[in-house]
Design a protein around this ligand. Structure first.
Ligand SMILES: [Zn+2]
Length: 302
């Protein structure tokens, strides 16, 4: 199906797509129990069975706020993770020096100092890696004037990770936020954290992940994070092998999809390499992604 380029404005915000770079993950791990003969049609793997993944952040820009949702993998792996892990990391996940969050913002004429708020859905490195950066031998918050928001329970699990998630929660991505006193810890869902922006909480993929709902009286969009990572994951049973509690993810997904279908809201996909967002349809007893879109630059027609 053709992907249409269309700008998005919800409430006071222009929505700006921030692709921070493609990385690769094992296709089998991304689709759990779904057989390869099914997922390879929509997400063809490379010779190592890895599929391309985007780390797509989102910016909400209004007259008085510049809000960034998630921050990608980051790019300064060696400086942040040290000589032991850094180079391995760059090789395993692919660090594209031409990409990154700051470059995506710059393309949209946004300087790091202008960002007022950063919502971190959770602290896995492919979501929080760009929250901090190396500067003059120190690791500091990437956005010096911003407040960062994460669920308290997610920080606790990041600081004391279980054995399955240990490799995903890396302290240089979040401890500097605490040291610099810019991390705001939230306990549960928040309505209107900013006008028209709600934070929902999900516990199936990891503990206390935030889903962001942006809405006005006409339209809305869910920033689905890892509850629905790509448009292929809209199907109810297509859940990731990484999820801690797959049945809970299915329940959380269905709740979100039901609301999206009823209200005609869009879903925004953090990890889909082919499209940024889509509508939702119901077909043969299950949900599926409808028309797929890329986000146009805010002032572009279309
Ligand atoms: Zn995750």
């Amino acid at each position: 199906m053709e992907i249409i380029t269309k700008s998005l404005k919800i409430g006071p915000y222009d929505l700006i797509e921030l692709p921070t770079g493609i990385f690769a993950l094992d296709g089998g791990a991304m689709f759990g129990t779904v057989p390869k003969v099914l997922w390879e049609k929509t997400n063809p793997p490379d010779e190592k069975n890895r599929i391309p993944m985007e780390a797509r952040a989102l910016c909400l820009k209004s007259k008085d706020r510049i809000i960034v949702i998630d921050t990608g993998n980051g790019s300064d792996f060696v400086e942040k993770y040290g000589e032991k892990i850094g180079p391995k990391f760059a090789e395993m996940y692919g660090a594209d020096p031409e990409k990154g969050l700051l470059k995506a913002l710059k393309k949209n004429n946004i300087a790091p100092e202008q960002v007022t708020d950063v919502i971190l859905t959770h602290l896995h490195f492919d979501h929080a890696g760009g929250a901090t950066r190396a500067l003059n031998g120190e690791i500091v918050p990437t956005f010096p004037n911003a407040k960062y928001y994460v669920q308290n329970k997610n920080l606790q699990t990041a600081r004391n990770p279980n054995i399955r998630e240990k490799a995903s929660y890396l302290s240089p991505n979040f401890e500097p936020l605490i040291e610099h006193k810019v991390l705001e810890l939230l306990d549960g869902p928040v309505q209107n954290i900013f006008p028209g922006v709600d934070l929902l909480v999900s516990n199936g993929h990891t503990l206390a992940q935030q889903i962001v709902r942006i809405s006005d009286s006409n339209t809305g969009l869910f920033y689905c994070a890892d509850v629905i990572a790509t448009s292929s994951h809209v199907r109810s049973a297509w859940v990731m092998g990484y999820d801690l509690f797959p049945l809970l993810v299915i329940e959380e997904k269905q709740r979100l999809l039901k609301e999206a279908l009823e209200k005609n809201y869009y879903l925004y996909y953090e990890h889909d390499p082919y499209c940024a967002y889509s509508s939702v349809e119901f077909d043969k007893g299950d949900y599926k992604a409808g028309q797929r879109y890329q986000v146009a630059f805010p002032n572009c027609p279309g």
